[in-house]
Ligand binder design. Structure first.
Ligand code: AMP
Ligand code: ZN
Length: 479
């Protein structure tokens, strides 16, 4: 219905906890009505684990919340497809770097699709943005922030007095030699970090003004965020492990190059732990989404479990908690089914003030999210409301029209929660059209474009399979 698309709480303040400054801030986008959001994405050397997925679902809820308010969102999520881990992985698998990483990028899109994560507007790959990274390093060079050593380029932290403003790291405390990897002995200071790494034999490399080499990890997020979102944008997210050194270094690189603020609000999700412990392969508590779904095939329950804890608190994954989440999702589903039945008519007395209660629910739900994305508070509003509505169904006071009003309110909330079954969003004709566009890109050997279309479809839960008889597609399952 038209009114569902109207901003739920136009003008209401969204409070967010900004890691930069460590306080709650009243958020307003730089450009009115348009939120520009950068979310650090996966390193595609492995299948993502449920901890990574918790962070991606948090970012999805943030995105959906702004959309529900009527804002436009431009979200960028990078794919780290060249770094130590991807290079090592490709070497031991005996594959080229692109072949190795493509497999994990596809698995990533499949996983987020199953958890109902909406696609971002851009999924830039590091390997496709090396020129942009080189440009940024040159800007830093021109402003005196770098030094070169044996074909590598480093950021000299002592040239950026604000270094440490995000993480609060005390540079005086960190002695020379701390955390210096073996291959980085040529740095002048332990905390200086590589912007460009000289090529090593057998590793992929790109030409640069400093010779053959490859970018350091941090520079990709500065270069790609500024390319797609501008040099100053609204929100940058990740999990707590990203605060230092990754995001601290991103600030140094971006503000060092531009001389002005980079990002207004930094949000960091706490980690997911399993049975109270850090996930690790050796403890046997390391789970991928496939592992979890093999035991309980209910992606919506996984999503709900993630939402049941505020993003700034650790989330303890247990099988009991997953069962409780599945039961909660069932309650929402059965309430939705009952409302559907009532909306189809039948004799009922009426009298339940449906419009008024629905409006109260929408306000309470939005207020939870506006409180630094407090998803448990928003879920509590859902259950309070469903309790009232269920009682009204029981005593006959909810009539068909009232049920339709309630259904709309629940559907609007689920626009953010994403736990109710979805109607298929993509039409076969639309997919066929994208496949045709991909085939013609392949014919003209524009593999960048054909990969982009494949990734775009994967992000929408459509996996392509190239067979001798042509390209087939299948849906990877949905929440
Ligand atoms: P990575 O592939 O390691 O670059 O991580 C992708 C995203 O997952 C980043 O935002 C990380 O901060 C986040 N992350 C890594 N480990 C966890 C965890 N245990 N719980 C939640 N998020 C995590
Ligand atoms: Zn990043």
């Amino acid at each position: 219905m038209e009114e569902d698309r109207a901003p739920a709480r136009a003008g209401a303040v969204v409070k967010l906890y900004n890691t930069l400054g460590r306080r709650l801030v009243d958020f307003t986008p730089i450009e009115a009505g348009h939120v520009r959001l950068y979310t650090c994405g996966p390193t595609v050397y492995n299948v993502v684990h449920i901890g990574n997925l918790r962070t991606f679902v948090f970012e999805d809820v943030l995105r959906r919340h702004f959309l529900a308010r009527g804002d436009r969102v431009t979200q960028v999520m990078n794919l780290t497809d060249v770094d130590d881990k991807t290079i090592r992985g490709a070497q031991s698998a005996g594959l080229s770097l692109p072949d190795f990483t493509a497999k994990y990028a596809e698995a990533f899109f499949r996983d987020i699709g199953r958890l109902g994560v909406q696609p971002a507007e851009h999924y830039p790959k590091a390997t496709e943005h090396v020129p942009e990274m080189i440009d940024l390093i040159r800007r830093l060079e021109q402003r005196g922030h770098t030094y070169e050593s044996e074909g590598s380029v480093y950021f000299r932290i002592s040239t950026f007095p604000d270094y440490g403003k995000l993480s609060g790291i005390d540079l005086e405390q960190t002695r020379r030699g701390d955390r210096v990897a073996d291959d980085e002995y040529e740095k002048e200071d332990a905390k200086d970090f590589a912007l460009w790494k000289a090529a090593k034999p057998g590793e992929p490399s790109w030409p640069s003004p400093w010779g053959e080499g490859r970018p350091g990890w941090h520079i990709e997020c500065s270069a790609m965020s500024m390319k797609y979102l501008g040099e100053h944008f609204d929100i940058h997210t990740g999990a707590v492990d990203n605060v230092f050194p990754h995001h601290e270094n991103e600030i140094a690189q971006s503000e060092g190059a531009t001389g002005h603020p980079f990002v207004d609000v930094w949000l960091h999700a706490e980690h997911l732990i399993v049975d109270g412990e850090k996930m690790s392969k050796s403890k046997g508590n390391f789970y991928t989404l496939d592992d979890v779904l093999a035991r309980r095939d209910d992606p919506a329950a996984v999503r709900y479990l993630f939402l049941s804890v505020p993003y700034r608190k650790k989330l303890n994954f247990t099988w009991e908690a997953l069962s409780a989440a599945a039961a909660a999702v069932d309650r929402i589903r059965s309430a939705a089914v009952r409302l559907e039945e009532v909306s189809r008519g039948g004799r009922r007395s009426g009298g339940f003030p449906s419009a008024e209660r629905a409006a109260g629910f929408r306000t309470a739900f939005a207020a939870g999210l506006e409180d630094d994305l407090n998803t448990p508070e928003a879920l509590a509003a859902v259950f309070n409301y469903l309790r009232e509505v269920n009682a009204a169904v029981d005593d006959g006071s909810l009539d068909a029209e009232g049920a339709r009003v309630a259904m709309d309110a629940v559907a609007a909330a689920d626009g953010v929660l994403g736990v109710l079954p979805r109607a298929p969003e993509v039409l076969p004709a639309e997919i066929e059209e994208r496949i045709a566009a991909r085939n013609s890109a392949r014919k003209r050997r524009d593999f960048r474009e054909s990969d982009r279309i494949r990734d775009e479809l994967a992000a929408r839960g459509i996996v392509l399979e190239d067979t001798p008889g042509g390209t087939r597609w299948k849906k990877t399952g949905s929440v």
